[in-house]
Ligand binder design. Sequence first.
Ligand code: SAH
Ligand code: SF4
Ligand code: F3S
Length: 459
Amino acid sequence: MSRNICKENRLDRKYLYIQTFGCQMNVNDSDKIVTLLRDEGYETTDDAECADLVLVNTCSIREKAAQKAYSQLGRFRMLKERNPELILAMGGCLAQQWGQKILARAPYLNVVFGTHNIHRLPEFIRMVEKNGSRVVETEFQTSVKSLGITAVPQNGAVSAYVTIMQGCNNFCAYCVVPHLRGREESRPADDVIPEVEKLADHGIREVTLLGQNVNAYGKTIAGSPGFAQLLRAIGRVKGIERIRFTTSHPKDLTEDLMRCFAEVEALCDHIHLPVQSGSDAILRRMNRGYTRDQYLEKIEGLRHFRPEISITSDVIVGFPGETEKDYQATLALMEAVKFDNLFSFKYSEREGTAAVGFEHQVPEKVKRERLQQLQALQEEHTLKRNRMLEGRVQDVLVEGKSRNSEHDITGRTRSNKIVNFRGGRELAGKTCSVLIKKACLHSLRGEMVEGTENPCSSK
Ligand code: SAH
Ligand code: SF4
Ligand code: F3S
């Protein structure tokens, strides 16, 4: 019934409802999809009931992520029952993993497209629109065309993602990504730098460079600059005030890259450097390619070049064979580093990965207990690190109005911490000097610095 109401208001427009799970790479892929489908006449809507095309961009990193996608499909099936003309599409890592199999499970899907086929989506949608055909395309390509698609940022956006590479060659024993995103491939610097310049011209002040292992940037292109050189070049782009990147693999974090934290002013005071475990035995079996001591040396190097740097990480508990001693070594590493934040996960077995055959699975109860204890310790550390900013003035790039109060605006410090403070929405996109008054676990409370004529600037 709701469809008719939607119809009345739609003025011959076509609407796309898109839902995204997973990492920032997937978020950026969704932005690319929106850009591509805009050229096909689709506008985005927040109302799935009114959409002509419903698309779910899926993730398969852990079993839980895959389950979220299943439950969305159930919801979408109901929409399709109410409106048989609705086009249902599924992309992303789970679509890549399932391929043809998903059609047997979800016969109401019109399009299933893998991670290397985003650029062909308009063609697939046209096929469905024209003759109601069903399309499944999950072939891997050797030169991935979607890597070169530029996602056009929303009006008024201050931050943008830029994909600089895709795929992964590391094959960590637990990880499904290399199986679903294919081999590592870098995007030429001649594409990346002009894209950043164009974004700066559109008012973007902060770019986040994306890839599964950005530290390996350039290795697949003869004569390409490496990641450190790329950072230096982007650091020279006028108008780009802040550069972030994710994700870094510790084994490829060179001294030259660390040095960028001393040399490239626009590079933010933050690095996400997933450690996964503090035990050498576990790191070896995970195939991570570094030891605990080597990881700690890198932390020391980073803090040497940028003492203010905020360090965040990922940890897996309950990897097969993880003993109490191994787990304690992870807690001890956390004590040694004092991460600003930590994303921690229970090990989840993924089809096709090396760890599937590993002995000594850790019982669910033990995993749960370890995770809880580890998260409680991290909360202490996060709070401690956040409190170090109390009484200090921070540069905050304003993103927009705060969710919690009409009178507040929200933004991020260079160390990627959220700050809420009094201010008007017109300050979005500006960088304000903010005195941090109170630190909480998930955000900081501040006040614009008084006595300064212009506490906010566009730099
Ligand atoms: N490319 C990034 C990680 C991408 S996946 C890197 O190498 O650091 C994000 C995080 O999910 C990983 O760092 C890991 O902590 C977690 N993860 C990946 N596979 C997992 C699995 N099978 N079970 C639990 N956590 C997993
Ligand atoms: Fe997965 Fe390891 Fe590649 Fe990261 S580096 S995507 S954890 S295989
Ligand atoms: Fe998920 Fe794929 Fe990213 S599995 S974490 S969406 S690369």
